[in-house]
Write a protein that binds this ligand. Structure first.
Ligand SMILES: C[S@@+](CC[C@H](N)C(=O)[O-])C[C@H]1O[C@@H](n2cnc3c(N)ncnc32)[C@H](O)[C@@H]1O
Length: 218
């Protein structure tokens, strides 16, 4: 079964509130996002947003340029239905974050809760990082939640890679600067404990290229 089939099946079989990662509101994400003080027209993307209510809460908070990307049409359709007319205010992107073509330096905030950790192969992590680097404006923010080392080795029946802040920092590389991190225990609707690691990174504004700095006319 392809990853897309897996996720479409998960969302078509289960009510949203029964999904292992379900939370009525992604409160940590929301608090951290609001704390950034971004203007209401800052482009924001929720990568692998699934059926989460983050998009509803971002619209309520007044953000006007929100995009939600997911592999699963089923997940996005259920959110569009929930939002009703407000769905028209959101940009919906169906695709694989390791393969989709992203705009250059567009987003001010990239949010990912429980998506990156499914990318267990180094080449998948690399293509995700390449897309992040391309799509995020210099100085832009990344808020990411993954399983922490003490979390179970699987999520939704799929293997995951678990991260410490240092491991996530080294996977994202020197173009990103870790601003803060925080662990929080999530308990699934069926009672399983999952420790999450949340990190806030900022994409560095790199200095001009060496030739410019050295005054070369080239
Ligand atoms: C565990 S769920 C988390 C959903 C949501 N972020 C939340 O916190 O409620 C993982 C989500 O990532 C999506 N996903 C998995 N792999 C993906 C990929 N390669 N590209 C885009 N979305 C992906 C799935 O369809 C699913 O909605």
């Amino acid at each position: 079964m392809s990853d897309k089939d897996h996720w479409d099946q998960v969302y078509s079989i289960n009510p949203t509130e029964k999904l292992g990662w379900y939370e009525p509101h992604l409160q940590i994400s929301l608090d951290w996002i609001k704390g950034l003080g971004l203007p209401s027209d800052a482009p924001i993307i929720d990568v692998g947003g699934g059926a989460s209510t983050l998009v509803d809460d971002l619209l309520d908070a007044g953000y006007r340029l929100v995009s939600v990307l997911d592999l699963s049409d089923h997940a996005l359709t259920s959110v569009k239905t929930r939002l009703g007319k407000r769905a028209g205010l959101v940009t919906w992107l169906t695709g694989d974050i390791t393969a989709i073509d992203m705009p250059m330096h567009y987003y001010e905030l990239w949010h990912d809760r429980a998506v990156f950790h499914f990318l267990t192969r180094p080449e998948q992590q690399q293509t995700y990082r390449d897309n992040l680097l391309k799509a995020l404006n210099p100085g832009g923010h990344v808020i990411i939640g993954t399983f922490a080392p003490e979390a179970p080795p699987k999520c939704s029946g799929l293997p995951v890679r678990r991260y410490s802040p240092e491991q996530l920092e080294s996977t994202f590389g020197r173009e990103f600067e870790l601003q803060r991190h925080h662990k929080t225990l999530h308990i699934t609707p069926s009672g399983v404990e999952q420790m999450y690691l949340y990190c806030h990174f900022r994409k560095k504004i790199l200095s001009r290229c060496r030739r410019d700095v050295e005054g070369g006319s080239g």
